[in-house]
Write a protein of this length. Sequence first.
Length: 409
Amino acid sequence: MRILVFGINYAPELTGIGKYTGEMCEWLAEHGHEVEVITSMPYYPEWKIRKAYQGRWWFTETINKVKVRRTVFYVPEKVTGTTRIAHEFSFLLSSSIWWFKSLFRKYDLVISPYPPLIIGAWPYIYSRFHKTKWVFHIQDLQVDAARDLGLIKNDRLLNVLEYMEKFFLRKADYVSSISDGMKMKILGKGIDAGKYIMLPNWVDTDFIRPMPKNDSMRSELGFEEKDIIILYSGNMGEKQGLEAVIPIAQKFADRSEVKIVLAGEGAAKERLMKETEANRLKNITFLPIQAYEKLSAFLAIADFHLVLQKKAASDLLLPSKLLSILSAGGCAIVTAVDNSSLHKMIGETNAGWLAEPENIGNLISILEKAIDSPLENTLKKENARKYALKYLNKDEILKDFQNVISGLS
């Protein structure tokens, strides 16, 4: 098949949508499909264009058999609602140069990973012009999250965005998402179940695997064997509920062996660093995002992994960091709403500890219990790895997706 993918995030970004879109495209290309991508310069999660791509305009590169068409666009230094809208629209307008050229090429399938919402505009036009099938792939229900988390408070703007979202959902030939909870929310918007495709996120279980602490990056990063490390690794955004880290650090401040490590980038990182300094907390360490090649060794430094999510974000997104933690056989402390996809994933398999979202007291209580339960932690780690091997295998998930899209009509 000739497949065109349109998304604002793409490899070599290491986290979030760019990681999954890049891996999907490369897998499809490796399995005989002709894959082209229209995307931006890599900028996420740092919100800064990578050095190797700075100063460049429109150009094409080939990455692992995938033809990647890059476009220049605006990346704000400070992410606000206004600057984010400008950022997304600048990409939509700038990418029009590639789309005008693509109008004269025929593809068998167009895939557009969402968010951002406006990513549906060009695929909709192209699919109508060429009668090509279009899959609108949802990684994050952006409009619902903006409303429920209070990220956008302007009701008129929210109404416009909800109208746009429903328009794209109706006009797409197929809609896909990554969890059962998201599926139910999408179908609840009036979408026919017959046009829904499940495409869960995955992990390379051969590459990301359990590793003993002795082989981890503990000593390299200056930590001792006796340290109890509570790790948060990933995007530091406003949806993650990372404000919980400060009271956790305050609670364990008198236990010198308990260390909290925050690794990654994102809009909330600067605020967290300022709060850490203001509260004179010495037990929090900030690290940059770690190289993918060292991910198993890095994850192995942790005794516990924080996977935090606000109540309002339940089933609007699924934390991708959790998949790597499960594959690495890590012991996750997960905040999840009852009956959500995330709660069922962990609770039904006993693959981690569950805590109530936005309940600091409960989260701290679970952490204290986990620290004092070494045998239970060992069982949860074993269950985590088993779950990853059974349900999250990259090849199996993408083989299933390939079979689905090959039969689309």
